[in-house]
Design a protein around this ligand. Structure first.
Ligand SMILES: Cc1cc2nc3c(=O)[nH]c(=O)nc-3n(C[C@H](O)[C@H](O)[C@H](O)COP(=O)(O)OP(=O)(O)OC[C@H]3O[C@@H](n4cnc5c(N)ncnc54)[C@H](O)[C@@H]3O)c2cc1C
Length: 283
């Protein structure tokens, strides 16, 4: 196996263009597991960890540009205010060792239906910045996941950053697992409120072939008391039920489809109530 370690983004794109079958590696927390379990190694690994710009984030107007190499630990330490939903999700990923290495771009590269970064990205309307020697392409997160572990990247493209709207309002992420830590999700729900636009964004994980939104739950934003007041319990329950209705869960070793449907409705209802309480407290 060849190993390429570019130190500039231009060189990284050039290497990927010259060898589209070269496999990019950041934290390696998905890739190395595969190799250790006997997956055939690729002809070439393209190590992106020596490209300094990738491990940085910056704010441009209302958007956070999250470099592909930014780790979950960085998000937890530095972006709790700007991207609270993603920061909560990041705290649930693996262990401290994993969070110190693993990245959102790697989560997107793998595109697992259970990837914990995906629901908050869907709920906030993030955009993936993909690049190649041909230029830059901005991929709406809604168009990124194509199937189980399949994404919209072309063979010569690399993820450079993820653009996330900086916190327009309270956000939550809730995860059910078979234990409290180091666990692949049984199911997850993310909710993001935008009080100015009077919208509710959603994302669900481990509940369908791809992470997805719950449009019927989002449509209930029109019934929320944006001018003040509690969420009616019946509305919160309908919201949870609409979250669950968006799923297409399966039975697997982590849980049954019926349990996932039930858990999604509970998590959806609670995530709405938690974000709404925070919104009321901030007024
Ligand atoms: C013990 C353990 C616990 C874990 N727990 C969780 C968990 O709780 N939740 C969760 O979601 N995941 C979990 N994971 C999986 C993994 O940590 C995450 O998916 C992580 O986000 C992967 O990031 P990485 O940087 O390590 O990716 P890598 O392993 O480096 O890469 C993953 C994929 O992305 C591709 N890729 C990497 N960089 C780019 C780029 N710039 N452009 C295009 N493609 C790219 C790679 O080629 C590869 O296909 C766990 C893994 C382990 C080993």
């Amino acid at each position: 196996m060849d190993f390429i370690r570019p130190t500039t983004w231009t060189d990284a794109l050039g290497a990927k263009a010259a060898q589209p079958d070269a496999v990019p590696i950041l934290g390696g927390t998905d890739l190395m597991v595969g190799f250790n379990f006997g997956e055939a190694p690729p002809p070439t690994l393209l190590d992106l960890t020596a490209v300094p710009e990738l491990s940085q984030w910056h704010r441009d107007d209302g958007t956070i540009h999250l470099g592909a190499g930014v780790t979950y630990s960085q998000i937890i330490d530095e972006l709790g205010e700007e991207c609270p939903g993603l920061a909560i999700a990041s705290r649930t990923v693996g262990s401290p060792q994993i969070r110190n290495r693993a990245t959102v771009a790697g989560n997107l590269g793998t595109a697992s239906p259970a990837g914990d970064a995906h629901p908050p990205l869907l709920a906030t309307g993030a955009v993936v910045e993909a690049a190649s020697v041909r230029g830059t392409r901005l991929i709406d997160i809604n168009d990124f996941f194509l199937g189980v572990k399949r994404n919209a990247l072309a063979p010569d493209e690399l993820i450079r950053s993820v653009r996330i709207p900086a916190r327009p309002g309270p956000q939550q992420f809730a995860k059910v697992g078979t234990r409290n830590a180091m666990v692949i999700a049984v199911c997850t729900v993310a909710v993001a409120l935008d009080p100015s636009a009077r919208t509710v964004g959603t994302g669900i994980g481990s509940a369908a072939p791809t992470p997805r939104r719950a449009p019927e739950a989002e449509a209930l934003a029109a019934d929320l008391p944006w001018d003040g007041g509690e969420v009616d319990p019946d509305l919160a329950r309908r919201f949870g039920d609409a979250v669950a209705a968006a799923a297409a869960p399966i039975d697997d070793v982590r849980g049954t489809a019926a349990y996932r449907t039930h858990a999604l409705s509970v998590l959806g209802r609670r995530a709405l109530q938690w974000t709404w309480s925070e919104l009321r407290g901030a007024r």
